[in-house]
Design a protein. Structure first.
Length: 118
């Protein structure tokens, strides 16, 4: 099961040790998002919640990816590019996997899903 939790770390503070197999910390290339992501990754590590993977979301440039990578030196980083196909699918109320399976962001998300435990 995959759960999309509220932004921030509130839900994670109430989780028990090893209560999940993996924690995906989704960050966008902005200072505030990276700061909250760092707190979430640290909390997940301290509580031994599971493997932590940082998802660099909506990445447009190599510089943005480098900024996120530098902020999380001890974590696996999965980059999801900013992709108009995702925006279009959301606007149309359809699944990007159904409408644009070869779009770069969709391929990256499928790759991420295949790497998750279970």
């Amino acid at each position: 099961m995959i759960a999309d939790l509220e932004a921030g770390i509130g839900t994670m503070t109430r989780m028990n040790e090893k209560s999940v197999d993996a924690v995906l910390v989704v960050v966008e290339p902005t200072p505030r998002s990276i700061q909250v992501g760092q707190r979430a990754a640290e909390l997940a590590r301290d509580k031994a919640l599971g493997t932590v993977v940082v998802v660099a979301n909506r990445v447009r440039t190599e510089e943005e990816l480098a900024m996120i990578t530098a902020a999380f030196p001890d974590h696996e980083i999965v980059s999801i590019p900013d992709d108009e196909a995702i925006v279009r699918a959301e606007r149309d109320g359809v699944a990007p996997l159904d409408t644009a399976p070869d779009a770069p962001a969709v391929r990256a998300l499928v790759g991420l899903a295949q790497r998750l435990p279970g």
